[in-house]
Design a protein around this ligand. Structure first.
Ligand code: HPA
Length: 234
C-alpha cells in the first residue's frame, strides 16, 4: 500500500490506463475489462485491475492537474512497478485544423507549470512520448480508419487563465491542444525509465468555443479507450 493507493503489492498490472476522472476509470473497467476488481477507493480515486484480451491490465483515476496526477504517477511507477502508462483524457483544440472529437496523440508536452523548473533547477526538460507506444497507437488507430492528430500539446496549470489569450502563442508555434497533466506523465516516465503515452479526445475548441455533447463524448471516448487498451497490451 502506498499513501494514496490502497493496492497490495502485485495487485496493479504492469500496463495501466490513466483517465483523470475516477468514474471514467470505472466505466473502462466495467465495459472493457474481464473480471475487474477494484483495488483502491482512497479519496474516491478509483483503481481497478482485470484482464483485457487475456492480458492483465489496470485502470486508475488521477484527478485533474499536474499536482494530483503527479502523486498517482509517482506511486504507480515507484511503489507498484508500473512499466507502461497511457493517459486517456480530453483536451481543448488550439488549432483550426484540429476538430471537435478528433483523436490527438501527444508527441511532446509544453507546459506553463513550474514543476520542471523546480525539479531541474531552472533548466528546461523536454517531456516526450515513448516512441514505441506512439508508433503502436498510430498503427492501431489508422488500421481502424481513425486518423489521429500527432503533435505537441500544452499541459497547462490554469483551466481559467487571466487574459484568456495565453494559448494563442502556443498555437502559433504549432501546439495542437491543451490539457493539464501530460508533461508530468512524460517527465516521470523518463525519471523511472518507463513507457508513457497520452491519448486525447478534443472535447472543446478554444477557437470556435464549441463543446461536445455528453452523448458525443461517450461515443468518441470509446474510440480513444479502444486505442489505449490495444496499445497497452501491444
Ligand atoms: N483547457 C484545459 N484542459 C482541458 C480543456 C481546456 O480547454 N479541455 C479539456 N481539458
Amino acid at each position: 500500500m502506498s499513501i494514496h493507493i490502497a493496492a497490495k503489492p502485485g495487485e496493479i498490472a504492469e500496463s495501466i490506463l490513466l483517465p483523470g476522472d475516477p468514474l471514467r476509470a470505472r466505466f473502462i473497467a466495467e465495459n472493457f475489462l474481464e473480471s475487474p476488481r477494484q483495488y483502491s477507493d482512497i479519496r474516491n480515486i478509483l483503481g481497478f485491475t482485470g484482464t483485457y484480451k487475456g492480458k492483465q491490465l489496470s485502470v486508475q483515476g488521477t484527478g485533474m492537474g499536474i499536482p494530483s496526477f503527479s502523486i498517482y504517477a509517482n506511486e504507480l511507477f515507484r511503489d507498484y512497478g508500473v512499466k507502461r502508462a497511457i493517459r486517456v483524457g480530453t483536451a481543448g483544440s488550439m488549432r483550426e485544423e484540429v476538430k471537435l472529437r478528433d483523436l490527438v496523440f501527444a508527441m511532446s508536452a509544453c507546459t506553463d507549470s513550474g514543476v520542471n523548473r523546480n525539479r531541474f533547477g531552472g533548466r528546461d526538460f523536454a517531456p516526450t512520448a515513448s516512441f514505441g507506444l506512439l508508433k503502436s497507437a498510430y498503427e492501431i488507430a489508422t488500421a481502424r480508419g481513425w486518423n489521429p492528430v500527432v503533435g505537441p500539446i500544452l499541459s497547462s496549470d490554469l483551466f481559467y487563465g487571466e487574459d484568456g489569450d495565453e494559448w494563442k502563442l502556443w498555437a502559433k508555434f504549432g501546439v495542437v491542444a491543451v490539457e493539464m497533466e501530460c508533461a508530468e506523465l512524460y517527465t516521470l516516465a523518463a525519471k523511472y525509465g518507463r513507457e508513457a503515452l497520452t491519448i486525447l479526445t478534443i472535447s472543446d475548441s478554444l477557437i470556435s468555443h464549441e463543446l461536445t455533447s455528453a452523448e458525443e463524448r461517450q461515443k468518441t471516448f470509446t474510440r480513444m479507450m479502444k486505442v489505449a487498451l490495444d496499445t497497452a497490451i501491444s
